[in-house]
Write a protein that binds this ligand. Structure first.
Ligand code: HEM
Length: 413
């Protein structure tokens, strides 16, 4: 590891891409196109970590189901890979063991308990509540002449849905939102995050106690009572699960909505078509997931034995990173891969991952995005970008693909 490689993507051909500049995030696909021409998988230094980077969809799917690839960065093998190839500070957040960083059989157990809760009526029947939440935000938004669509709509909506899922009382929702904002905010100070984290932890512990005594029809009650062969989540696992749901379910949904609205602003003809025919919105959401999905890279994985992937022999203990953004625009897989075409039939993608870690919240995310867009199209007849498309700035994150801000004008021109 060379210290100067932090904040850079360095390829085997010694091409250097600065990850701290806007350029890469303005159009990461320009880089991926060049890489893909040279092969499906590449030896790279990615922000200081020596890794293999997958840019091809078939190879990505193979990596997702390869039994000799692990997600458990907290295991001795995972720690050895970090010591050898870098990434210690990156994976510090994975110290709390949760299912995203677990392998079978621990993963299988946690996943089956949470999957049961997600399949419950409490989640399936959430549509009308999400609609009411979207409408309450639009009541305020529609009174404004200009707004940041992320701050004023895309950001609060999934938090309010999570409050609904957990049965957070109305009086506590402002606190809940404030803590979430701090806990998920990469630029908050360590002190701020620790303090919000402690308040949050205390609150969730109390909420679990209340729901244990008085279960209701919500996801939290389902998680508390979810049972698998007499097994259930213990207190520590429940709290870790709640934090994981917040971390994995919030920013992702925010940016799916944000990226979709950006496309509607860019392409008013499509916006008109969807407004006239809301039944087309789900197919549009799928195309946004494929073309501009909110998760840029899957979370880190490493090999536990030598494997062959995409024609390369890879030793044990090497990191494998999967670019979902690249794989979802693979020209071997899609006709005109860069075009947002809701009518395309080759529309299956891996924006929610693949294999055993496939997103547990996928159905919920699709429902939230579809309702959010439908209500927005219905309630806000005239909306345009406040500024220049070329000047929009993207977040400098390899994990989340999303805008730093989305300023809009709401009054008719
Ligand atoms: C896993 C994407 C929304 C909860 C994943 C993974 C992806 C993903 C790619 C797999 C990561 C990997 O294998 O490295 C997305 C996208 C979303 C979204 C694009 C929104 C558009 C949500 C929501 C929730 C959620 C709303 C919950 C409320 C989870 C959890 C996992 C996960 C718990 C871990 C599953 C496991 O390890 O078995 N998601 N997600 N996600 N997602 Fe989502």
């Amino acid at each position: 590891l060379r210290v100067e490689d932090r904040g850079r993507l360095v390829t085997a051909a010694n091409e250097i891409i600065e990850l701290t500049d806007d350029d890469f995030y303005q159009d990461p696909h320009a880089v991926y196109r060049r890489l893909r021409e040279r092969g499906p998988i590449h030896r790279v230094r990615l922000d200081g970590v020596l890794s293999w980077l997958v840019v091809d969809q078939d190879v990505a799917k193979q990596a997702f189901v390869e039994p000799n690839i692990s997600k458990r960065v907290t295991s001795p093998e995972g720690q050895a890979a970090i010591a050898k190839h870098g990434g210690a500070e990156k994976f510090a957040g994975a110290v709390n063991e949760n299912m995203l960083f677990a392998d079978p059989p621990q993963h299988t157990r946690l996943r089956s308990l949470v999957a049961k809760a997600f399949a419950s009526r409490a989640v399936r029947d959430l549509g009308p509540r999400i609609t009411a939440i979207a409408d309450s935000l639009l009541d305020e938004l529609s009174a404004k002449e200009s707004a940041d669509l992320l701050d004023d709509y895309a950001f609060p909506l999934p938090i309010m849905v999570i409050c609904e899922l957990l049965g957070v009382a109305d009086d506590d929702k402002d606190d809940f939102r404030a803590w979430t904002e701090i806990v998920v905010n990469e630029s908050a100070s360590v002190e701020e995050r620790t303090s919000a984290g402690i308040s949050f932890f205390t609150y969730l512990t109390e909420l679990i106690a209340v729901r244990t005594d008085n279960p209701r029809e919500d996801l939290l009650s389902e998680l508390i009572i979810a049972k698998d062969d007499g097994d259930r989540l213990d207190q520590q696992e429940l709290i870790s699960m709640l934090f994981l749901l917040l971390a994995a379910g919030h920013e992702t949904t925010v940016n799916l909505i944000g990226n979709a609205v950006l496309e509607l602003l860019r392409d008013p003809a499509t916006a008109e078509r969807l407004r006239a025919d809301p039944i087309r919105v789900p197919a549009f959401v799928e195309e946004i997931l494929r073309c501009q999905g909110p998760v840029h890279m899957a979370t880190a994985r490493f090999t536990t034995a030598p494997i062959t992937l995409g024609g390369h022999d890879i030793d044990a203990g090497e990191f494998v990173m999967i670019s979902l953004a690249a794989a979802n625009r693979d020209p071997r897989r899609y006709l005109d891969p860069d075009g947002v075409e809701p009518a395309r039939t080759d529309n299956r993608h891996i924006a929610f991952g693949h294999g055993i870690h496939y997103c547990v919240g996928a159905a919920l995310a699709r429902m939230e995005a579809t309702i959010a867009l439908n209500r927005l199209l219905d309630r806000i007849p005239a909306m345009s970008l406040d500024g220049d498309f070329a000047e929009l700035s993207w977040r400098k994150s390899l994990l989340i693909r999303g805008l730093a801000a989305l300023p809009v004008r709401l009054s008719p021109p």
